[in-house]
Design a protein around this ligand. Structure first.
Ligand SMILES: Cc1ncc(COP(=O)(O)O)c(C=O)c1O
Length: 367
């Protein structure tokens, strides 16, 4: 099951130097500052917060977010949703369409003990979700996903929203909850004015869909949108009731390029295993550091990642001595969501002390 693994407290003497490399570490003070900053932002913006937990896949971190302004969590997979419910999270939105009957059965079982919702964008998905909820004797919440510009899932035509909502409302085992629309096409737009314009167009689509629903007597209780790159723009839109931003808590190089106001808290610690001139070779490659959307950044040295292989990366020292063989190197991952799943555990650190070790859950699509 997805919920294997238990949290362990640091043994007092545990230090980063004692970790087997490569290791995933999280700077607790920085993470808590990010949590508090987002709590203050959503309070100021007057919007709800339902952070996407795909970034960390860790129920202890979900609890930190719930203690800092969040009323529930967002997940990408059934496995994440089930793991969050098993960990005590009471309100989960699976921001995705699901049509696999066994997966829907797992989700519907989780809905026996928590509020669980998923997304639809076609009529045939509604019957599948209803059948699973009936089998489990539970009620699944359902939101209609609107394509707000990313071109992935989501209804293309706003006129499809009301008929879908009506079909959901007609199913006794389903509960129509509202709308979601993730503006993934513009969350990383570097130019803020352009990002604001594109996010504004995206939220306008959601506002139009919400107005159609209200006119049809099917008001949207939830209008869920937004990522770390657009939290302040999408969060200011009147139509949006909650933000799905999640990476703000731990951060990575990809998100730092757009929202440097949040601190990099997640690192991969690697050992320098060889050194040849300006090249330091470390024991962390693609199987330890996610570099999907940005290269990793070396901390504490004027050095850059020159290449990434399966179990090695080459770090080119630009100036200074650089790290010696045997030295530990910290790297900020390029992309946290494709880094955490490469590790079974996340070590929570304060300075060089390991204060806690938490399991990374639902690391693969189905477990
Ligand atoms: C559906 C959905 N919502 C929200 C987000 C934003 O997450 P983050 O804040 O981690 O970038 C994503 C990221 O891919 C997503 O797919």
């Amino acid at each position: 099951m997805a919920t294997t693994g238990t949290a362990r407290s640091g043994a007092g003497t545990a230090t980063v130097a004692r970790l087997t490399t490569p290791a995933l570490v999280l700077d607790r003070p920085a993470m808590l500052r990010n949590a508090a900053a987002m709590a203050a932002h959503v309070e100021r913006l007057g919007v709800g917060l339902r952070p996407h937990v795909k970034a960390h896949k860790c129920v202890e971190l979900a609890r930190v977010q719930l203690a800092h302004g969040a009323h529930g969590v967002t997940t990408a997979t059934v496995a994440e949703a089930v793991a969050m419910v098993a960990g005590g999270v009471e309100d989960v939105l699976l921001a995705n369409e699901v049509v696999s009957a066994p997966a829907l059965d797992r989700l519907a079982l989780a809905a026996r003990t928590a509020s669980v919702a998923l997304a639809v964008d076609l009529p045939e998905q509604i019957g599948l979700a209803a059948a699973a909820a009936e089998r489990a004797g539970s009620v699944l919440g359902v939101v209609v996903e609107v394509d707000v510009g990313m071109g992935r899932c989501g209804v293309r035509d706003e006129a499809a929203v009301v008929p879908l909502a009506g079909a959901i409302a007609a199913e006794p085992a389903l509960r129509f909850r509202g709308l979601m629309g993730y503006e993934g096409h513009c969350v990383d737009e570097p130019e803020r004015a352009l990002r604001a314009a594109q996010a504004g167009e995206a939220t306008a689509k959601l506002a139009r869909a919400a107005a159609l629903l209200a006119d049809a007597g099917l008001p949207a209780e939830i209008v869920s949108a937004g990522g770390t790159g657009t939290y302040d723009l999408t969060g200011a839109a009147a139509a949006v009731s909650e933000l799905q931003a999640g990476s703000y808590l731990i951060m990575d190089e990809y998100h730092a390029s757009v929202t440097p106001e949040f601190e990099p808290a997640l690192h991969v610690v690697a050992s320098v295993i060889s050194r040849h001139g300006e090249l330091a070779v470390i024991d962390a490659g693609r199987k330890a550091i996610g570099t999907e959307l940005a290269p990793a950044r070396v901390v504490g040295h004027d050095a850059e990642v020159a290449f990434t292989h399966e179990e090695h990366a080459g770090v080119r020292v630009r100036s200074g001595d650089g790290p010696a063989v045997g030295e530990l190197l910290r790297l900020v991952p390029g992309y946290a969501p494709t880094t955490v799943n490469l590790h079974a555990e996340l070590h929570v650190v304060e300075d060089d002390r390991v204060v806690e070790t938490w399991p990374v859950l639902a690391r693969h699509g189905t477990v």
